[in-house]
Design a protein around this ligand. Sequence first.
Ligand SMILES: *[C@@H]1O[C@H](CO)[C@@H](O)[C@H](O)[C@H]1NC(C)=O
Ligand SMILES: *[C@@H]1O[C@H](CO)[C@@H](O)[C@H](O)[C@H]1NC(C)=O
Ligand SMILES: *[C@@H]1O[C@H](CO)[C@@H](O)[C@H](O)[C@H]1NC(C)=O
Length: 500
Amino acid sequence: MEQIFALFTIFLAFAFSGRCSDVFSRSDFPDGFLFGAGTSAYQWEGAAAEDGRKPSVWDTLCHSRNIGNGDIACDGYHKYKEDVKMMVDTGLDAFRFSISWSRIIPNGRGSVNQKGLQFYKNLIQELISHGIEPHVTLYHYDHPQHLEDEYGGWVNNMMIKDFTAYADVCFREFGNYVKFWTTINEANVFTIGGYNDGDTPPGRCSLPGKNCLLGNSSTETYTVGHNLLLAHASASRLYKEKYKDKQGGSIGFGLYLMGFTPSTSSKDDAIATQRAKDFYFGWFLGPLIYGDYPDTMKRTVGSRLPVFLEEESERVKGSSDFIGINQYFAASVTNIKFKPSLPRNPDFYSDMGAYVTYLGNFSVIEYAVAPWTMEAVLEYIKQSYNNPPVYILENGTPMTQQKDTHRVEYMHAYIGGVLKSIRNGSDTRGYFVWSFMDLFELIGRYDYGYGLYSVNFSDPRRKRSPRLSAHWYSDFLKGKTPFLDSQGIKELQSNFSPSS
Ligand SMILES: *[C@@H]1O[C@H](CO)[C@@H](O)[C@H](O)[C@H]1NC(C)=O
Ligand SMILES: *[C@@H]1O[C@H](CO)[C@@H](O)[C@H](O)[C@H]1NC(C)=O
Ligand SMILES: *[C@@H]1O[C@H](CO)[C@@H](O)[C@H](O)[C@H]1NC(C)=O
């Protein structure tokens, strides 16, 4: 009896949530709010060795570890016109993509590759002429291999100058049409993955059991984080001094943020959860908003955490016009204490003193529909970091089916979460689905299928096909109220033929 009652209550809750609080349409969002979808250079373009492009550290890691590669990827380099047409059909306001540094300046420094410039000019022109706003990331896991070989890439502060010179070329060549720049994509995960864990480019680490050739997980993670902040601040200053008056754009910095929740109600886990926020968010947001690292980090990391000179701190503080956020799921946080008697080189996780685990069902790849994570992250940034302008640069879930009803539910819920946050005062100004089409993924290669459009990677033509979610998003963007009760889903499905 109790069970039946509980079921009945759940039904009622669904019926109501479908009818009132979750009903919204795009006209509920503020004027100028941008809806889009994204890709990145190595994951979408292909043409890895064409027209003068040289390898980035991502190419090198893929080929040396034999973990699949983006040599061809979606072949966006040749198919961009077709893709822009799909964006128009879908009704996107904006397209987020990244520029391949080694396509523009193949050795990272020095001569500029005109054919590389031309590709991005063509792409940007195609977008602009169809009324689609380009949202451009300068760095997405892919600095030129030449700089890694020459001086160690981001572990060396010589990168600051080379990155700024690369940004200068991009501002000069594309800035008349590009109003939104993100310098660094998800700086925290790039740094942890590439220098602490060594699983993602450039694959450096010193953790036992990993097969990194070079690296030091105790120190490089923090050195690289520091250099990314200084490089961002330097590019941002250059933009303000040389381009902003004429071009009128804005510059942001990207982070990957999880909705953290303590794994138990213990006091230790609550404190560990705040530490996790300081290590994942405050590590970059502290310097960007307040000019310095959080005290918790300074205390635990000690001399391994670089120190900002006063003028550096002044330069980093306020250097982001907006914060770019990649948000996907919740993570539970458990306090850990390492026994000091055990000899162990400290790394990011032991410094943080917490286990962070993905909260969800590991047996399916799809992320749980948990929009509270989006709301929690946006609320935390609003309250703890003076409510800066925010763009959600990535949100989505892997799912390979064409009838991706789960993704529709996920997107509907998360977009609703963004709206709730805005209504409670968050200065969020845009939302981008990851990804516009299936890509070569950082984790999961070609098997994850994040796309609104699927891509047949066995087909030499890399045929794209809309998923149910592409139709749903398109309806939403064109102003229809996306009912998500069972009737609405049925209607959407009945109008859907996977080959359309
Ligand atoms: C990492 O660098 C620190 C500080 O220079 C040093 O003490 C430690 O031995 C290094 N670890 C490895 C694995 O090289
Ligand atoms: C809404 O904003 C207020 C003021 O910042 C805050 O106290 C409150 O917790 C927020 N509500 C939610 C649901 O986040
Ligand atoms: C993908 O393309 C290959 C090669 O053209 C074709 O044999 C296969 O049927 C396609 N798969 C789907 C799901 O369309």
